[in-house]
Ligand binder design. Structure first.
Ligand code: 5BU
Length: 259
């Protein structure tokens, strides 16, 4: 509030983490702050939609454990596609265990997330050991982590004190932590990246606790990256919708920088 907004260029200059640098550079080059959340049930669908919308997004977010036909091979194909189309991959894993367990879940298990996902995220509930465990795996691969400061869903337990703790730990571990999942509040460390899910142009909720805000409101409230799922793949044409959200998101950002 009252403080001037930090541009993507400024964030890029201050970013210590290579994935944060790649994301910000990609956003600036492609002029997009749109992340598509492709919760479409099959990795084959994720691949075909990613190909259609690749030029409009800076990031594709998935839940690998919610894709029925998932395989490491297909995830590596998504990685190739992301390199070809210049976007990043975000596995929305929401780690929530002790450091030694998340280290295994991140590196091994059926998904080997660290091998193909540029960005993943974690709850801070278990304490800072979760960040340390993930960073042991992620840092050698030059990956980046987002901390959940807030959730979009109704009744979420993250209060102001919880958010402040997320912000403090992010600064403490800022070699690895690139930013947050939140609603776009501006008291977060200014040089880190704020990503906001629960974005839709028409819907207000989904009947299961999701609470939507418009991309314009989220960006006006300080977010850097808008995350859109059903607003894109639930519409008639993912391509038309992603183009639309991309234009609205980028216009809102340039307007916020002017104002
Ligand atoms: P939607 O279709 O735009 O509602 O999808 C939102 C996506 O973002 C979905 O994958 C959720 O798991 C994810 N999400 C969220 O909606 N809210 C949150 O606070 C977090 C993640 Br963290």
């Amino acid at each position: 509030m009252g403080m001037s907004r930090v541009s993507y260029e400024e964030k890029l200059k201050h970013a210590k983490n290579p994935t944060a640098q790649r994301l910000l550079l990609c956003m600036l080059e492609k002029q997009t702050n749109l992340c598509a959340s492709l919760d479409v049930g099959k990795i084959s669908e994720v691949l075909s939609i990613s190909e259609q919308i690749g030029s409009d997004v800076c990031m594709v977010k998935i839940h690998a454990d919610a894709l029925s036909d998932v395989s490491i091979d297909a995830l590596l194909t998504l990685q190739e596609l992301s390199e070809k189309n210049n976007f990043l991959i975000f596995e929305d894993r929401k780690f929530a265990d002790i450091g030694s367990t998340v280290r295994m879940q991140y590196a091994e298990g059926p998904y080997r997330i660290v091998e193909w996902s540029d960005i993943t995220n974690a709850h801070i509930l278990p304490g800072p050991g979760i960040i340390e465990g993930l960073s042991e795996v992620g840092m050698p691969h030059h990956r980046g982590l987002l901390l959940l400061a807030e959730m979009s869903s109704h009744g979420a337990l993250m209060d102001e004190q919880y958010r402040k703790t997320a912000y403090e730990w992010a600064e403490k571990y800022s070699e690895f932590v690139i930013g947050f999942i939140g609603k776009g509040r501006t008291e977060a460390p200014q040089y880190l990246i704020m990503c906001t899910p629960g974005i839709h142009l028409e819907a207000l909720s989904d009947g299961l606790g999701q609470q939507y805000q418009s991309p314009i409101d989220a960006i006006a409230a300080g977010t850097d990256v808008i995350i859109v799922g059903r607003g894109i793949y639930g519409s008639g044409s993912a391509q038309t919708a992603s183009r639309h959200y991309r234009e609205i998101g980028w216009d809102a950002y340039t307007q916020a920088m002017r104002g």
